[in-house]
Design a binder for this molecule. Structure first.
Ligand SMILES: [Zn+2]
Length: 259
């Protein structure tokens, strides 16, 4: 499968131009799978707005198109959240990605949205998806943790756990990455399937830098019959352009789609 994916990526590098396809418009040469599997990328913010959001949108759309795994549409504004994140509007959507969302997004019926995930759909949370709905316990429980704080951007060497999982299978035993490193309220190791953890506190200017630790960084979990993938990585624009990180994101989307 990885060889086939690489082939698809190489073929696209030759055949596909840059830039994203506008939502709802059929890209050139879609596979039947891409046409039938739909991923909705939510990038509305009610707080800090990451400058990496445009490259995140472009990257997720291109990953779906070049892999043939899914077709992407976008939900970018408060009005679009009100219209697109309802149970009826999501009827034909297979997975939702919260890509650097922040704050209270204004989902019309948050319990109904979480029930939609629990009915067997996929949810992907990236980076500040856990700086989103910080006062909504049901949402935090679905994603699987609670943002605490972060310090300066730092290089970390994440420990790869569950090494066969498609989000981390390409990384080897450790993943060296430079980004804004979130710290969470809880060690959620017992409640989720960890994919990336830190065995040392990041050297980010906060207390305990470099000391031994066991900190969550990326994981998968169930939500009813639905699947959840969360990665704390994804603050920096440069990271979104890194093929190694892109494979991490694509593997997570693949996992929540059950592929
Ligand atoms: Zn950030």
């Amino acid at each position: 499968m990885r060889a086939a994916l690489l082939g698809a990526l190489l073929a696209c590098a030759a055949a596909c131009g840059g830039g994203s396809t506008p939502a709802g418009q059929s890209p050139a040469g879609p596979s039947p799978t891409a046409a039938s599997t739909r991923v909705l990328v939510v990038t509305h913010t009610d707080g800090f707005h990451h400058s990496s959001i445009p490259v995140a949108e472009t990257t997720i759309e291109q990953l779906g198109r070049t892999s043939g795994l899914y077709a992407t549409s976008f939900c970018r504004t408060a009005d679009e959240v009100r219209r697109m994140l309802t149970a009826s509007a999501l009827a034909s959507v297979d997975a939702v990605v919260f890509a650097n969302t922040t704050g209270n997004l204004g989902v019309p019926d948050l319990p109904a949205f979480l029930d939609w995930v629990a009915s067997g759909r996929g949810f992907v949370g990236i980076h500040s998806a856990l700086d989103t709905y910080r006062d909504a316990r049901i949402y935090l429980d679905m994603v699987g943790n609670e943002f605490d704080t972060h310090g300066d951007q730092a290089e970390v060497e994440a420990v790869v756990e569950s090494a066969a999982h498609p989000a981390v299978a390409h990384l080897g035993a450790r993943y060296r990455v430079f980004d804004e490193i979130y710290r969470f309220v809880r060690n959620n190791r017992a409640a989720v399937t960890p994919l990336l953890t830190l065995d040392r506190f990041p050297r980010d200017g906060l207390p305990r830098a470099g000391e031994p630790a066991d900190l969550p960084l990326a994981w998968v979990k169930a939500h009813g019959a639905g699947r959840v993938f969360y990665t704390a990585l994804g603050h920096r624009e440069e990271l979104w352009r890194d093929p190694v990180y892109q494979q991490h994101v694509l593997g997570g989307i693949r996992a929540v789609l059950g592929r």
